[in-house]
Design a protein. Structure first.
Length: 77
């Protein structure tokens, strides 16, 4: 996963919820941009998803295998 790809999804306007898939098989739902932030030196992110334990986690961006965008429609329609 490239950091620029993650930034693009995080800052999309309008924001579209997405799921992060991690190399260890875990997933993290990001329902709103307030639940994710880049952490210096920008090699990890801090996620604070609702209704998930623990209340936050740090994910090395290089360990992200896939982003699944929810509600995305083909051809931007």
């Amino acid at each position: 996963m490239k950091l620029d790809q993650l930034r693009e999804v995080m800052h999309a306007a309008p924001f579209v919820p997405f799921t992060i898939y991690v190399a260890d098989g875990s997933t993290v739902e990001i329902p709103h941009p307030d639940f994710i932030a880049l952490w210096e030196p920008r090699t990890a992110i801090v996620v604070s998803p609702p209704h998930q334990k623990p209340s936050y986690c740090q994910i090395d961006v290089t360990m992200i295998t896939q982003l699944e965008i929810h509600g995305a429609q083909a051809n931007g329609a």
